[in-house]
Design a protein. Sequence first.
Length: 304
Amino acid sequence: MATSSVRHQRTPPYKPEDAEQQLRYRVNDRLRELLPTAPQGANDVLFRAAAEALLGRGKRVRPVMTMLACEHVGGRAIDALDLGCAVEMIHSASLVLDDLPCMDNATLRRGAPTIHISHGEDAAILVAIALLNQAYAAVLDARTIRPEVKLAALRNLTKAVGFDGLSQGQIRDLRDTPDRRDENGLRQLNHQKTSALFINALESGGAVGGATADQIRSLASFGEAIGFAFQLRDDLMDAVVSSEETGKDERQDAGKITFLDLWGEERLRAAIDESLERAREAIGPDSSLSRYAERLMRNAHLER
């Protein structure tokens, strides 16, 4: 009897990265849905610039973590999708502003020209304002989030952007004030520029999933540690990785005091590992959040 030449292939083993990639796909699809398009016949500069800023090749770390936080406490990741998209809009808006000539004067972001290069400074400023407001609208309109959780999430997100978060951190970074030149000052600066948005995204994602007060505190501790690790990673990447790999201009931190200047490369690498360990301890090493953060850091072009 003839035998078939077709062999049954084994199903590849499931990898956690597969689930995270699916979340990224969901985020990208939903971002396209949430971003308005220009009315017929209207000037479409703002809409095109917003699409470039938001829909580029970002890793979607913050929305994926928002959704994983919801799942971590027993909720459904999909219920925090719109909240995660709102966080990504805020993050993208902050990058557009960071790149302006009056701030970091960057020309490359996510492997493409920055918004002020491709559309002008006026459009870049207005795009950032529009994305921030679209983020708040996305939370308010989310059908999977209870009203009281929406209000708490909006309160948290506005704090992460305003005087306690991104805005204050950016002005301190730009003005190189004395309180950013030592270890304590840099830690506070990094909290405001990076950790604050992580913390608020994780807390809010947990709240969507019905987290207890203890779980919210654990997620906040995780966010603080991960935010610090990410900022240390960025300090190192700015110094040792090319723009072809990062998708950003090289040596953006030139002339600024960073932890790489204070500590040197060996201690900075050790501090990244210590921050990851604190993050694991906060929510458990087997959490999908812990594993996701670990993979992100290990795949960040930081090999020696």
